[in-house]
Structures are given as structure tokens and as C-alpha cells.
Design a protein around this ligand. Structure first.
Ligand SMILES: NC(=O)c1ccc[n+]([C@@H]2O[C@H](COP(=O)([O-])OP(=O)(O)OC[C@H]3O[C@@H](n4cnc5c(N)ncnc54)[C@H](OP(=O)(O)O)[C@@H]3O)[C@@H](O)[C@H]2O)c1
Length: 279
């Protein structure tokens, strides 16, 4: 297939390239060669290349930054996705778009399924929801993949921050009242590579299996990395940040399993592999 990837320099973008490059022809675009907020550029680049599918891994992902820079958030995560959807419609190709657990409000006592009521509680979540809504309005052939708590080799992420902090701190405070499923970007990229081979269009939750709080995740990271650091649990309200986060973010991978795909491996196995790689 001829696959056009946006945001190909990002954390997930890098792993998508790795996973897809041997079996597909890739058109790799970055914010310089395809700024998704530029409607004409999006239309021109996609119409010129006529891909079989567009994968959008571009986004404004600074969750706290979104509170301050609301215009940028809505422009990239909302209007940018609309521009891609319009171009895909013009060419007649599907769009696979990455969305987030942050479109839910976090008030639940069981894992969120794809058709649960949405209700973002911060600007990032609201802007990502705008992107989803644009796709639903414009396209019939789409995959919306909601995922969560991403980490990988090529980006800023929680495990990396924990390991860096441990170099000069003997105690680290970590939030214990937010739970989710840490997800390794190569595993997600592989799942996406399977999904795009099908025409099972729709909304998907895709995360590694299992779940934990940030605090449990930090403890597990230090256990696997064999680092002696004391992890001190704090509440999200004690650990004030500009954007509120949903407290319950576990996504049931219901449509993924229903369509016959295998659950992704556990987050514990995935983080072991990641730590081995970066050690
Ligand atoms: N990270 C997480 O924990 C998480 C959780 C759930 C869902 N997601 C979603 O997963 C996807 C991938 O996330 P990620 O962590 O890999 O993100 P990332 O590392 O921040 O990469 C995002 C990429 O988007 C590009 N970009 C930003 N504005 C753009 C624009 N106007 N036009 C074209 N490209 C633009 C950035 O390029 P520049 O650097 O050149 O600006 C960057 O390469 C995103 O949709 C995100 O919302 C992430």
C-alpha cells in the first residue's frame, strides 16, 4: 500500500515508519512538508500523492500547553484533522487517526468502551474530540484509534522522565489516583499495521493490556531497571498541573477484540523490553 504519514517525526510516527517500511511504500511528512493546519497544503500534498491511506500521527500533544495555547490546540487537533479528512474524501482514501483517552471525563468504575459517553475535562481532550467529530462528519472510511499513556524510544514520556529523575533524586513523588494502561508505541504501531490491512472501519480503543496508577507504574519501572528510589504517592490535586487529567482512563479494547485481533501484550512485558533497549 501507499501510506502517507503525518507527524512522522513524532514518537509514534517514528515507530509507524519502522513497522510499516518493509511492506509498504511510505510518504513521510512532517510539520514542515505537510502542516495539517494549512488546508491548501493538506489538500495539495494528499491529492498529488494519492495514497491508499493517510495515517495521522500529527498533533499538538502538550497537555498543559493546550490550556495556555487554546488556539493552537483547536487549530492542530481540530481543524488540522478536518483538513486531512477533507483531502482524504477528495482522493477517496481512508484516514487512520490517533485519538486519546482524554476525550472521556475519567469518572467511571469500569473500562471505557468505544461508544461510552464522551466528556473531555481539559482543552487537549476537547480539541482532540473536535478532530474525531470532523472525521465522523466528513468520512465513511476511517479508523479512529484511541490510545493512552504512550511511551517509546523517540519522545518525551513518563518512563524516560522517571529514569532521568532517578539520576539525582532518591525520592520521587508520583500521582496515585489516576489509572490507565501504559502503551508502548511499537506495539501500537504494529496494531495499526494490522488494522489498515482491513476494511473494519470505525472507532477503536487500542492499548497494552493491564492497568496501573502512575505511582504503580513508576515503582514497576524502578523495579525492572533495578534502581533504588523511593516513590512517594501523592494525589493529583497535590501535584498541581495546569490541565486537569481524567482519573480513570482504562480503555477496554472492545472493538479490537470483537474484530478478531489479539489483545496487545501486557504493559509489564512491554516496559521490560523498553528498559532493556534504553539501558
Ligand atoms: N503521548 C501520549 O501519551 C498520547 C496518549 C494518547 C494519544 N496520543 C495521541 O497519539 C498521537 C501521537 O502522539 P505522540 O506522543 O507520538 O506525539 P508527538 O511525539 O508529540 O508527535 C506529534 C508530531 O506532530 C507534529 N505536528 C505538530 N503540529 C503539526 C502540524 N500543524 N502539522 C503537522 N505536524 C504537526 C509534530 O511535529 P513538530 O515537532 O515538527 O511540531 C510531531 O512530530 C497524537 O495524536 C496524540 O494526540 C498520545
Amino acid at each position: 500500500m501507499k501510506i502517507l504519514i503525518t507527524g512522522s517525526n513524532g514518537m509514534l510516527g517514528h515507530d509507524l515508519q519502522e513497522v510499516l517500511k518493509d511492506r509498504h511504500e511510505l510518504i513521510l511528512t512532517t510539520s514542515e512538508t505537510l502542516d495539517i493546519t494549512d488546508k491548501n497544503q493538506a489538500m495539495n500534498v494528499i491529492c498529488e500523492n494519492k495514497p491508499d491511506i493517510v495515517i495521522n500521527s500529527a498533533a499538538y500533544t502538550d497537555v498543559d500547553g493546550c490550556e495556555e495555547n487554546q488556539d493552537i490546540a483547536y487549530c492542530v487537533n481540530g481543524d488540522g484533522v478536518r483538513n486531512l479528512a477533507l483531502a482524504c474524501k477528495e482522493v477517496g482514501c481512508p484516514l487512520l487517526h490517533i485519538s486519546t483517552d482524554y476525550i472521556f471525563n475519567g469518572e467511571n468504575d469500569k473500562p471505557w468502551v468505544e461508544d461510552d459517553e464522551i466528556g473531555p475535562i481539559n482543552v487537549y481532550g476537547r480539541s482532540k474530540l473536535k478532530g474525531e467529530q470532523a472525521i465522523l462528519e466528513i468520512l465513511d472510511k476511517y479508523f479512529i484509534v484511541r490510545t493512552a499513556w504512550l511511551y517509546g524510544i523517540n519522545g518525551k514520556n513518563f518512563p524516560k522522565t522517571m529514569l532521568e529523575l532517578s539520576q539525582n533524586h532518591s525520592e520521587i513523588t508520583v500521582v496515585y489516583d489516576e489509572v490507565g494502561s501504559p502503551t508502548y508505541t511499537p506495539d501500537l504501531a504494529f496494531a495499526i499495521s494490522q488494522l489498515i490491512e482491513t476494511d473494519y472501519y470505525g472507532i477503536y480503543h487500542i492499548t497494552n493490556s493491564g492497568s496501573c496508577s502512575w505511582c504503580e507504574f513508576a515503582k514497576y519501572i524502578f523495579e525492572v531497571a533495578d534502581i533504588d528510589v523511593e516513590v512517594i504517592p501523592v494525589t493529583a490535586s497535590e501535584f498541581a498541573r495546569p490541565a486537569p487529567r481524567p482519573s480513570y482512563s482504562i480503555l477496554e479494547n472492545k472493538n479490537w477484540i470483537k474484530n478478531g485481533f489479539k489483545p496487545l501484550r501486557s504493559y509489564k512485558e512491554a516496559i521490560k523490553e523498553y528498559i532493556e533497549l534504553i539501558k
